[in-house]
Design a protein. Structure first.
Length: 563
């Protein structure tokens, strides 16, 4: 059978959601195409092993950026999941919805109907929060969300939260609820000690449905168009070229790199990119591949004066013990991503919601697990989350096996460079607070000599890394916006029966990790496709006092603007 009501391209964070929700109706048939294969590896399921699948060609597309001129010509890694579950099967499992104002910003940018009140019911529907359902959180959804070991296994987690309060920032009991701004526990998509990927949470329970067909190990070549109607997909597998047809709709959920690339290979995109790649133009759409955004981060590292950090767990035999305990009980250090406390702050007065995020780690090491130095340490992953710079995804040819050109233009905007100067200074101030004094040794990096604007700029250019959140490259927007590829129903303008549903549709990037909003998009788009939506839910959202004039506002802790 090669004809289905719905064809979904990409079994990632949004694609798994769509496949599960659309196939709830037994009267429709759904085909789900995926370039990768099975996600059953223990390295995917074990939270502490998060760096391993990301560094395996079997699970990762292995993209990298073009040389970035504002980063001294460096190429940055851009890992994307090539496995059932997509990037939700190889990510760091941090569960962050983003601020309510981030979602409202989408509607303000022209994405009609995409505001926080309309999206909150879908954030709630997707999750099963371990503290139970409340006005902001869901308690019965597919994705298990918890707080790891609740910071019980290391005192550094609480010390970091306390240091944020020492510096004059608020405490937040739930950054995914009423109040994002402040310092508190971090949440992760982990359930019963295992990664709660979109595949495990959504697709696995639906796999036995007779109306859902998963087709793995396929490389989607291009869409099949009949005039303005999208009628199917051409793909390659095992050296053969095959076609599959849709009675209803084709939905691209191939991610912020894959979806624009497939559109461009199908002749949908900017004329200059298509001409350079030798692809005939079927629909001029200048926004396809444009507006690309990402988060950057650095590791702010200190030596730890007490023998309590994760650096002590990096020997082969200690890792073996952690793994053995996890295999037997799904508990202990194997059952967490180790980011169990965090912070969200505003970098300057005049910002209404946070633009800097912190992931705290009670160890000093790289993302791939290599130790930064001999001895104990701790670090915070820090970076501004609302960049102004915009990049582009562009195919090089019609060959689906050739990776596209990916250029983020990181730090090209002067405002992004100022945000980083503020970030470095504010982060050092937080880490120098009294609550961390019993544990704090020497600053490993950036180093206390990195103080001036010029020194900070130079160090950031040389050391900043992607936080692996590419997005916004096939964005929604208003009808009169020439760069808005999609309308508020996720439909591609100028074509029939074609939608895009993944993180590429965001008009602007959210303040936080992208897996939660990507799954929310899948949930809401599934209802839009079925012609039904949950009623909007208007809830109060915390607003900082006198945000127009103060960078932080907690009684007794006023601080001047860092600039």
């Amino acid at each position: 059978m090669n004809e289905f009501d719905y064809i979904i391209v990409g079994a990632g964070s949004a694609g798994c959601v769509l496949a599960a929700r659309l196939s709830e109706d037994p009267s429709v048939s759904v085909a789900l195409l995926e370039a990768g294969g099975a996600d059953g590896s223990v390295f995917i399921r074990m939270p502490t092993a998060l760096s391993i699948p990301m560094n395996m060609d079997r699970f990762n597309w292995g993209y990298e950026s073009e040389p970035e001129s504002a980063l001294d010509g460096r190429r940055l890694d851009c890992p994307r999941g090539r496995v059932i579950g997509g990037s939700s099967s190889i990510n760091g499992m941090a569960f962050v919805r983003g601020h309510a104002a981030d979602i409202d910003e989408w509607e303000q940018a022209g994405a009609s109907g995409w505001n926080y009140a309309s999206c909150l019911p879908y954030f709630k529907r997707l999750e099963s929060w371990h503290c139970g359902e409340n006005r902001y959180r869901g308690g019965h959804g597919p994705v298990g969300v918890n707080a790891g070991n609740d910071m019980q296994l290391n005192p550094l987690y609480q010390a970091f939260i306390n240091a944020g309060e020492d510096a004059g920032y608020p405490f937040t009991a739930d950054y995914n609820g009423y109040q994002q701004e402040g310092f508190g526990q971090m949440h992760m998509s982990v359930a019963h000690g295992q990664r709660a990927s979109a595949s495990r949470s959504y697709l696995a329970p639906a796999r036995d449905r007779q109306n859902l067909k998963l087709i793995p190990h396929v490389e989607v070549d291009q869409l099949i168009l009949n005039g303005s109607r999208t009628v199917g997909v051409r793909y390659r597998t095992a050296g053969r070229q095959l076609k599959i047809y849709a009675r209803g709709e084709v939905i691209l959920s191939a991610g912020s790199i894959g979806s624009p690339a497939i559109l461009q290979r199908s002749g949908i995109g900017p004329v200059d990119i298509l001409a350079a790649a030798g692809v005939p133009v079927r629909l001029e759409s200048p926004g396809v591949g444009a507006n690309l955004q990402d988060h950057l981060e650095v590791y702010f590292q200190y030596q730890c004066t007490r023998p309590i950090s994760l650096n002590r767990e990096l020997s082969w035999w200690r890792k073996g013990l952690i793994g053995a305990r996890w295999l037997a009980t799904r508990e202990g250090l194997g059952a967490t991503n180790h980011f169990e406390s965090c912070g969200f702050i505003r970098s300057r007065a005049g910002l209404k919601w946070p633009n800097i995020q912190y992931h705290f780690l009670p160890g000093a090491m790289r993302y791939d697990g290599r130790a930064a130095f001999d001895g104990d340490g701790f670090q915070v992953h820090a970076g501004p989350n609302k960049p102004r710079s915009r990049g582009q995804v562009a195919i090089r040819s019609a060959n689906p096996f050739q990776a596209p050109s990916i250029r983020f233009n990181y730090l090209e905007d002067p405002g992004d460079r100022q945000d980083w100067r503020d970030c470095i200074r504010l982060t050092r101030e937080i880490l120098q607070q009294p609550s961390l004094a019993p544990y704090r040794g020497a600053e490993i990096q950036p180093g206390l000599d990195i103080q001036s604007d010029e020194a900070i700029d130079r160090w950031v250019r040389a050391n900043v890394e992607s936080a692996y959140h590419p997005s916004c490259s096939v964005r929604m927007g208003a009808d009169d916006d020439p760069l808005a590829v999609l309308d508020g129903q996720c439909r591609v303008r100028g074509l029939e029966d074609l939608r895009v549903v993944d993180s590429s549709i965001f008009p602007t990037i959210t303040n936080g990790n992208l897996n939660a909003p990507s799954m929310m998009v899948g949930e809401r788009a599934a209802d839009l496709i079925r012609g039904r939506v949950l009623p909007a839910d208007v809830v109060p959202v915390w607003e900082p006092e006198d945000w127009q004039h103060r960078q932080r506002s907690v009684s007794g802790h006023d601080r001047p603007d860092p600039a």
